[in-house]
Design a protein. Structure first.
Length: 169
């Protein structure tokens, strides 16, 4: 599929916040500038909806972060961190993000996945099967090669990390 980006396109942006957060922290010891990432993802097109999937921690100190996302026009969907017997923890939104993207895709010209996780490949292929363009944006150094191959367009935040990070040393 040829990648089309024009100002009339209807775009939905789906952000795997944990995925991007951990990539930025592990690769650059910095935080993500979600405003810059959203601007890059939308690329001057008509934003229909932007959703960030976030995990609330045991301490619950994410309120300011959630408010900052909201001010950028990003809706937040929250889920509590799961703590298992023995102390192991789990927090992800992969299925919820995929279901939302699939449900909204028929109303969009492009779905932008802000994540680098290869687990999203089946979702990408399904959405593409009914003609919706699927793009991904994440740090290339931590992005699945299978995801990069599956999407119609990939934007590598690692090519200009200072533009997309806060507190990079």
């Amino acid at each position: 599929m040829t990648v089309i980006k024009n100002k009339e396109q209807r775009v939905g942006v789906f952000i795997d916040t944990q995925n991007l957060y951990h990539s930025a922290r592990n690769l650059y010891k910095a935080r993500v500038n979600f405003g810059a990432v959203l601007k890059e993802a939308v690329a001057g097109r008509k934003l229909v909806r932007a959703v960030a999937y976030v995990i609330t921690s045991e301490a619950g100190d994410e309120k300011l972060f959630f408010e900052a996302l909201s001010k950028l026009g990003i809706e937040t969907k929250t889920k509590d961190l799961q703590v298992f017997y023995g102390g192991s923890k789990k927090g992800d939104w992969d299925v919820g993000l995929a279901v939302d993207a699939i449900k909204l895709a028929p109303k969009l010209d492009a779905v932008v996945l802000v994540a680098g996780d290869g687990d999203y490949v089946p979702m990408v292929e399904y959405i593409q099967s009914f003609g919706t363009q699927v793009e991904a944006i994440s740090f290339g150094k931590s992005t699945s090669g299978k995801l990069r191959d599956a999407v119609d367009d990939f934007i590598d935040l690692s090519l200009n990390p200072r533009k997309y990070l806060i507190g990079m040393k």
